[in-house]
Design a binder for this molecule. Structure first.
Ligand SMILES: C[S@@+](CC[C@H](N)C(=O)[O-])C[C@H]1O[C@@H](n2cnc3c(N)ncnc32)[C@H](O)[C@@H]1O
Length: 335
């Protein structure tokens, strides 16, 4: 049966799906279908579709009813999904095991179920994991903590046991990457497996991606290959304070995603900045003054050598009670 839908290029699929969901018109009763680079996303009400999308009709298959972990448990467990890995955050071992069993027995496309076993730790920002369950018949060479995550048309191979990665920052990364212009020189000072660096290279930038975690840099190189941007990215394993000596005055744009301690790297950032440079500075601050301390620290590091203009004060997410994860987009211009 023909149903109303939106036709978009494959690369815009996730952004469009989210926009339609936010507008309350995503039709969950039919499947999204991809054909020759175009995605057909079903909608419930063509009149409610946000401006800028063109509606069409197409025969899309109905979704079969799926069984969720909540259907089996009788309560809604708190779960996060990263690719085909399901993450739970459960202190009670019996309850953790019950949730893991329900996940594997449900129709969720889960290969393994992990429990958070520590907080994020140390300079490399990695946490410990407990493997609760894994699908015995999974045909894969990936370890239970490895998975492929897809975000705004890019794919990232990640090993949660060895690198930092959070899918919760996808929208924020997209906000930043959309500002990147072709030909720009972008330096990602804390690049992880490349979720800023790789899409920035896809925008046409020349990218240098640095991380202290050698394993993260290996994954970044693999991810650059998977996304067809190896030629545009120089991936460097090391402390960015040392790597920076090779890139003095080089960058048009700096990404500083190390929110607890980015302030300690501002001197390095100013050394990397070219005549004009935009810095995306991530910070965690009390909600009574989430931007003031970052702005003060940037001015202290960059003035009077540079004029400092704060272009955006952006709240990324709530981090803890009364603590916000924020981003400052700041333009430095040589005085
Ligand atoms: C919060 S993670 C962000 C990773 C990535 N930007 C992302 O969004 O997934 C911070 C990263 O900074 C790296 N790091 C910490 N200290 C560093 C340093 N001195 N030089 C370079 N990288 C560092 C850690 O290994 C970690 O991968």
């Amino acid at each position: 049966m023909e149903v109303p839908c939106i036709a978009v290029p494959q690369a815009d699929g996730e952004e469009t799906r989210q926009a339609l969901a936010a507008a309350g018109v995503l039709d969950d009763d039919h499947r999204i279908v991809g054909e020759e680079g175009t995605l057909y996303i079903p909608v419930t009400d063509p009149d409610g579709v946000p401006e800028g999308f063109e509606t069409t009709t197409r025969a899309l298959p109905a979704r079969e009813t799926t069984q969720t972990p909540a259907d089996r448990l009788g309560y809604e467990p708190s779960l996060e999904r990263l690719g085909d890995v399901v993450i739970v955050d459960e202190d009670d071992p019996d309850r953790a095991a019950e949730i893991a069993d329900a996940v594997l027995a449900s129709d969720l496309p889960a290969r393994s179920v992990l429990n958070r076993a520590s907080k994020i730790k140390g300079e490399l920002r990695v946490r410990d994991w407990e493997l609760l369950a894994e699908r015995a018949d999974a045909e894969t060479e990936l370890s239970p903590t490895e998975t492929v995550h897809r975000e705004y048309g890019h794919e990232f191979l990640v090993d949660l046991a060895a690198v930092y990665f959070s899918p919760r920052l996808a929208t924020e990364r997209h906000r930043v990457v959309e500002q990147v212009q072709p030909g720009e020189r972008v330096l990602d000072m804390f690049a992880g497996v490349g979720p800023f660096a790789i899409p920035a290279a896809s925008q046409g930038a020349e990218v240098v991606a640095v991380d202290l975690n050698e394993t993260a840099v290996e994954y970044l190189r693999e991810n650059a290959r998977r996304n067809g941007v190896s030629d545009a990215i120089t991936a460097v394993a090391g402390d960015v304070r040392e790597v920076a000596t090779d890139y003095q005055g080089w960058a048009d744009r700096l990404i500083m995603n190390l929110p607890h301690s980015a302030g300690a790297f501002l001197e390095t950032a100013v050394g990397l900045a070219g005549e004009e440079c935009v810095i995306h500075y991530y910070d965690i601050q009390h909600d009574s003054d989430p931007f003031g301390p970052g702005i003060e620290a940037i001015r202290a590091a960059a003035e009077p050598e540079y004029d400092v203009a704060v272009e955006t004060e952006h709240v990324v997410r709530s981090y803890a009670p009364h603590e916000l994860n924020v981003c400052l987009d700041v333009r430095l211009t040589k005085s």
